[in-house]
Design a protein around this ligand. Sequence first.
Ligand SMILES: Cc1cc2nc3c(=O)[nH]c(=O)nc-3n(C[C@H](O)[C@H](O)[C@H](O)COP(=O)(O)OP(=O)(O)OC[C@H]3O[C@@H](n4cnc5c(N)ncnc54)[C@H](O)[C@@H]3O)c2cc1C
Length: 330
Amino acid sequence: MKAFKLHNPTDLESALALLDTPEARSGATRVLAGGQDLLTEMKEHLAEPDALVNLKHIPGLDQVHAGADGSLEIGALCTLAALEEHAEVAQRLPALAQAAGVVASAQIRSQATLGGNLNQRPRCWYFRSEHAPCLKKGGTECFSYGGMSKYNAILGGGPSYIVHPSDLAPALVALGASAEIVSAKGSRTVALEKYFTLPSESDVKRETVLQPGEILRRVLVPAPAANTRSSYTKFREKGSFDFALASVALALVLEGGTIRSSRVVLGGVAPIPWRSKAAEAALEGGQPSRALFEKAAAASVRGAEALAHNGYKVPLAKGLVIRALEELCA
Ligand SMILES: Cc1cc2nc3c(=O)[nH]c(=O)nc-3n(C[C@H](O)[C@H](O)[C@H](O)COP(=O)(O)OP(=O)(O)OC[C@H]3O[C@@H](n4cnc5c(N)ncnc54)[C@H](O)[C@@H]3O)c2cc1C
């Protein structure tokens, strides 16, 4: 690992000032949270910053604030273990508590943070190999397109075919969350659905709208509407700990036996949490039944284009949507 300078600011203003220099803005300074991804990247020479700004000594950034109106504000430094165990998160936002509980292992969840989970880099093995100069590292080719594509995207791919690795991201998009972003220049709030970027729509080397100098300060989750149910269902190759081969986050309002509205977001299949408005339209106004769930499942993968080795993700994602709907509407 390349030697680097470690800054330990104790207030947010100092942290933002450290990120507001020309060198920092050029990428030479990175933000450190739990270190579960960034330090691996540094050890594997995928990231070689000159300096890190450690956010862990800034008081309050790890807090969860439950509003009287049922909304939740979750600080970016909140660990996944704390999220999983938080009583109000479990009660108001089951999809989020369930997603936090199936990330990695208990040891990683005790260190990993919400902000780090949403901003972690892709797990594509070409991206993770220092010897593969892929598109996301400034090369000219996405090697997964003609190479080993078992874990890559079936939806929204091209020119890069990474999948977004976060379990929290689909759950939070399904719950209609927003990201509060701060920099030395001020703050802005972005719907989490717009926080993640497709490789075809922006800089292929990035996965979010976060600009140099900015950090994610907290995630704001609105109060769920009355009669909302939510869940997160994940399929992974290795039961003990593993990234999603596919997953589905659901939030739906079920009233008097009718699905009034829903949000259906797939994970592990696209470069961003993949919201399927076609599946949501198929469910709206319907009464729970196997036939309705199959229709929504088919709609959820509409437009899927499998690569050489990931065709299995299409039936897998459909099966997960059906299973999740059956369980949530039971
Ligand atoms: C063995 C293993 C298995 C895993 N399995 C899963 C899994 O099943 N599901 C899953 O979702 N994840 C999984 N992960 C990834 C893990 O969840 C992430 O590495 C972790 O959540 C990162 O959080 P962190 O706080 O440690 O972030 P760090 O490593 O400190 O940071 C990660 C990135 O986010 C940036 N960052 C951190 N905080 C902020 C902020 N507030 N604002 C802006 N940028 C920020 C950093 O600069 C860095 O680029 C796994 C990791 C490992 C090692």
